[in-house]
Design a protein around this ligand. Structure first.
Ligand SMILES: [Zn+2]
Length: 216
C-alpha cells in the first residue's frame, strides 16, 4: 500500500473505513505522509465519494503546496492533530474515526488526571497487532475531553502523546479516536485492532463478563 500513490491510498482507506461505519456523516478523516509531503482530506466531505483530486498536498510545515481541483473544498479541521502525530511520533499516516463502538468505549473511561483518562487492555490476542505490544503487555489508550472544534483538541492530544509514549492512538470522549502508524498499512492495522478491542470491551460489559486474564 505504501508504494501506491498516496492519494489512491487515502481514497481506498476512506472507502474501507466508510463501509465499517467509522467515517459516516462526513465525520472522521485520513492523512498520509510521503517523504516531505503530507496528503490530507478536505473538511466535511462524504468519505465514500472522495476522489484523488479532492486531496490537499502540504509540506511538513503545513503549507498547502497543491490544493484540490475543486476550489470550494477546505482543509480538514483535523490538520493540526494529524501534524502532531507526524511531528511527535514520526508517523507515516494518521486516521480519524467516529466509530459508535469507540465512542461508547470512551464513556467507560474513568477520569484520572484532569482532562485525561484511559482505557486499559491486556491479554487479548489482537493487542499483538499494536506495534511494540505482546500478549501480556498492557495497552493504555488515553482518552481526552472533547471540544467544540476539532483543532481545539490539539493541545490535549499533544499532552496525551507526551504522557503515553507507547500509544499509537488517542481517543476523544463522545467523539472518536486518532490512530497513527509508521505506514498507511500499519495505521489501518492499528485502527482495526483498537476498534476490535473497544468492541470486545463493550460486549464483555453487555454479557457481564468481568475476568478474562490468566490465573496469577
Ligand atoms: Zn472528529
Amino acid at each position: 500500500m505504501q508504494n501506491e500513490d498516496p492519494r489512491s491510498t487515502i481514497v481506498a482507506m476512506c472507502h474501507n473505513f466508510y463501509t465499517q461505519g467509522w467515517v459516516s456523516g462526513t465525520g472522521g478523516g485520513m492523512s498520509v505522509r510521503h517523504g516531505d509531503r503530507v496528503y490530507m482530506m478536505p473538511s466535511g466531505v462524504e468519505k465514500e465519494k472522495i476522489r484523488p483530486e479532492d486531496i490537499f498536498v502540504l509540506d511538513l510545515e503545513g503549507k498547502v503546496l497543491e490544493p484540490p481541483t475543486n476550489p470550494d473544498l477546505k482543509l480538514t479541521e483535523c490538520a493540526s492533530l494529524f501534524f502532531s502525530a507526524y511531528r511527535m511520533r514520526a508517523a507515516g499516516a494518521v486516521m480519524h474515526s467516529h466509530s459508535a463502538n469507540l465512542v461508547l468505549a470512551t464513556m467507560l473511561a474513568e477520569r484520572r488526571d484532569g482532562f485525561l483518562s484511559e482505557l486499559e487492555f491486556t491479554e487479548f490476542e489482537m493487542i499483538k497487532g499494536l506495534e511494540g505490544h505482546r500478549l501480556y503487555d498492557v495497552f493504555r489508550l488515553p482518552v481526552i475531553d472533547n471540544a467544540a472544534h476539532e483543532y481545539d483538541l490539539t493541545e490535549q492530544l499533544q499532552e496525551a502523546i507526551r504522557r503515553y509514549p507507547h500509544t499509537c492512538a488517542v481517543a476523544v470522549r463522545n467523539h472518536g479516536v486518532y490512530v497513527w502508524g509508521p505506514t498507511a498499512s500499519k495505521t489501518k492495522t492499528h485502527a482495526e485492532c483498537i476498534h476490535y478491542l473497544c468492541e470486545l470491551m463493550l460486549r464483555m460489559r453487555e454479557l457481564g463478563i468481568r475476568e478474562h486474564r490468566r490465573e496469577a
